[in-house]
Ligand binder design. Sequence first.
Ligand code: PLP
Length: 410
Amino acid sequence: MPGPGFAFMDDAERDNVLEVLAHWHEHRLDFDNPGSTSMVRRFEDAAAARFGVPHCVPVNSGTSALLVALAGLGVGPGDEVIVPGYMFVASIGAVICGGATPVLAEIDESLTLDPADVRERITPRTRAIMPVHMLGAPSDMTALRAIADEHGLALLEDTAQATGGTYRGEPLGTLGAAGAFSLNPFKVVTGLDGGFLLTRDPRLFQRAHSFHDQGWFPHRQETGEGEPVFGLNLRLSDLNAAVALAQLGKLDAVLERTRAVKRDLLARIPERPGMRRRLLHDPEGECGTLAVFVFDSAESAAAVAKRVRCKPLIDSPKHYYGGLPALAAFGRGEPGPFPFRASGTLGDGRDYAKGALPRTDDVLARSVALSTGVSDSYLGAGNGVGPFSTPEDVERVAAEFNAAAAEVLG
Ligand SMILES: *Cc1c(COP(=O)(O)O)cnc(C)c1O
């Protein structure tokens, strides 16, 4: 069971899918017309309403949501985007595919962007900051918003792992210029695949929408407010939207369970000398999908992780900058791994290899995660509990973790 939404699949998803199959011909013809009853349109309206923003662009993945956001913002060649050294490969991949330069910044014990370090990385070429709300918990949005406002930068929230999370009452993904969400199977809720972009900015919406659908203006109009954009086809399919629409309706129920099971688990795992919980910028607003413990030493973290069949967070091959060989190649200016980029436009000799962010390396090597909803061995959290774990399951996982921590920390 990868993400918690899966455990909630029932007739609601099935009925929506059957409705698509019953009407597919009509839906395909009026794919994106205003007033259409297509699942994509219904999902778009439901997501905008759920998160309280005027505009949603449903797309075929979270990666596409990031790419259409960059297209919408007009960020590209010559521009720099500040990204944390702990993210998902897609956060950086979208920036590189879009022609811009990713600038790595340190994370702190919240496992999200360290605002003080972000400030240090701003140059005249910086156009955007991408907070990535890792493992379901918000970045320090007050500090990041202040920096973005002060320097006239766009905030693009990578909300792929934090759908439904909030920061001081505001939905994550709606605090900056745009928020990118994923509906892949490892996320809070799922469309089996898919994603969406939220924004309040009509111009960004038009550009992002046109980019995701061959330059059509919003809702398949030939002309409209804004400017023509050369685009791709990154559309969400009606079948995925059917699943996603049902899942979106269950988002609050999913979060209620993940948060409850996480509370139960943490109530049984006390902090101890040498081990504390991850710092949370808004404990009320996090999704409760993972529980992270930060140790004083990398050796203790590795030893405990091994005993509970997890991995320290630094061992992820896709979430740690130092584990991404293509990123290091980008810094060295090797053109091979980068379709669509001229060799002179690659990393400017930047050092993206392991060691470039010493504080990020340190905290990730000292952190271990248990699942409380999202179970993902690539992330390091292949063990833990799920939304419908019994109190006995929770007790067993907590007891095993406590025994490991006691043995290692003494
Ligand atoms: C999953 C994820 C994405 C990409 O989403 P896909 O739907 O798999 O393309 C982007 N960023 C982060 C932080 C993610 O976890």
